[in-house]
Design a protein around this ligand. Structure first.
Ligand SMILES: CC(C)(COP(=O)(O)OP(=O)(O)OC[C@H]1O[C@@H](n2cnc3c(N)ncnc32)[C@H](O)[C@@H]1OP(=O)(O)O)[C@@H](O)C(=O)NCCC(=O)NCCS
Length: 150
């Protein structure tokens, strides 16, 4: 079972490891950061406007992180990744995304958009399968969107 749980310091520690994996760092388009940068970011999460973050848990194991940001009147930006690479392609991302879409619908958002690297074939296929369609492209980043609330 997949659940979205509070992003606590244990996820912060795991994120340090996950995002420093060269493949995950590249696929998530993550800039270099230090432990201190990460701690400063964590400390200001409660005060960030239009920003929600969760840990992804699968059968009790912490496996990834996801969130929505840039929450405006009717849309938001999704981001997320599964940090435990042996857990890729097992349906966990799909279930996490369904939970995110429920949370977005609960706060009456009408659509979700996201940015994915052009080279991230798995990611692009994943979002396409879930109903996200290309809306535009800015350099190496493709923007995709799905309408969730008619
Ligand atoms: C992208 C990611 C969230 C997808 O989650 P996942 O749990 O691995 O994906 P799922 O098992 O739910 O797969 C759903 C669909 O995604 C696509 N997909 C998944 N793995 C794939 C692979 N290895 N190759 C191609 N397509 C793949 C398929 O369309 C799949 O549907 P199918 O099972 O019917 O073929 C996850 O793999 C991940 O975090 N990867 C690394 C970081 C990353 O790329 N994050 C996104 C940055 S924008």
């Amino acid at each position: 079972m997949v659940s979205l749980v509070p992003y606590d310091p244990s996820f912060l520690e795991l994120s340090w490891q996950w995002l420093n994996d060269p493949e995950i760092k590249r696929l998530t388009h993550t800039a270099d950061f230090t432990r201190e940068d990460q701690q400063k970011w964590f400390d200001k999460i409660p005060s960030l406007e239009g920003y929600k973050i969760w840990g992804i848990q699968h059968d009790g194991e912490k496996v990834g992180v996801c969130g929505i940001k840039n929450i405006t009147g009717d849309d938001c930006e999704y981001w997320g990744y599964i940090g435990v690479k042996t857990m890729w392609s097992k349906g966990i991302g799909t279930m996490a995304m369904e939970l995110i879409e429920e949370k977005a619908a609960d706060i009456k958002l009408k659509s979700i958009w996201l940015l994915v690297l052009e080279e991230n074939v798995r990611g692009r296929k994943f979002y396409e399968k879930l109903g996200y369609t290309k809306e535009g492209q800015d350099g190496i980043l493709i923007k995709m969107r799905k309408h969730i609330h008619p």
